[in-house]
Design a protein around this ligand. Sequence first.
Ligand code: TXA
Ligand code: MG
Length: 325
Amino acid sequence: MSREDLDRAVHLLLAGRLVAFPTETVYGLGADARNPEAVARIFEAKGRPSTNPVIVHVAGIEQARRYTTEWSRNAQWLAEIFWPGPLTIVVPRSPEIAPSVSAGLDTVGLRAPRHALTLELLRLFDGPIAAPSANRSNRISPTTAQHVQEELGDRVDLILDGGQCDIGIESTVVSLCTPIPTLLRPGDVELDQLRAVLGRVDVAPHIQDVATAASSPGRHPIHYAPQKPCFRYESHEYSRVVRYLGEHATWPIVLLAINARMLASPKHRVVGMPTHPASYARHLYSALRTADTSGTSAILVELPPDEPEWMAIRDRLMRATRPLP
Ligand code: TXA
Ligand code: MG
């Protein structure tokens, strides 16, 4: 990326157009957060319901303070420790931010991304960039510029290519606008890390619901999902997998497995997934995307262990899949 690309990006943003950009989590679909028409373009390009608030990206603490009416001590501590990085902090929204960014809520989610190119863009633009992940609504988030191109094509005016995203899943979202700070979305910054700074942190009910959905199929909407049927199984459900594959012996099926010990058959392909959470996260969305676009009939995903360091990954997998029938 050259200086000219960045200048062009700034020019487009000021003109109310859409610019996709890399972050350390996933690619974002950006627009000037002060401009309601520009923000409307984001929702339109994604096919996203206007009831779902969008994150606002800032260059750092100084900018963040401009876009909130209350920058608390907790916000300051979190930002000092985790920014630039994969943490979105929900604080009271200043009137400068278009209400539609936050789906009409009087709060705003702020985050300084840890990506040199995008931090430079934010400094040059010198304003708030609203950006959800740069995918069509409810599809898999993009972790390369190529993915953004596949998802949005000419719905986006410019794609800045910053290579593959380092972390690979969306940021942690924590609200400081609830009586007790509340985790709204698990991510690379873990619950224990938030508790070390904030003391008590509650977990939003919708996260807990997803975490227990294994035993209650169909209780939550499918998000972040491939288009092919996508099923999950726990490691100890190995025998159910063998049975499923036996019943569908003629189907081309892709398995994303941590324990890739097994299941060789000419029709089935086993993709060995990393055993460490950080590398698993980095590969997850491109693995799902590749599985989804190969000529496969179904995707089976082995859930990683139900342990704190896997919380964000399990959360995404629970939303992307259904229990194995
Ligand atoms: O890693 C990320 O956060 C990526 C990159 C591009 O920064 N962005 C992203 O944005 O994932 P999006 O729009 O796909 O997800 C935003 C999440 C949603 O779950 C939304 O409900 C929550 O953040 N959120 C945003 N603003 C909020 C607010 N004011 N109150 C509550 N939740 C909010
Ligand atoms: Mg998203």
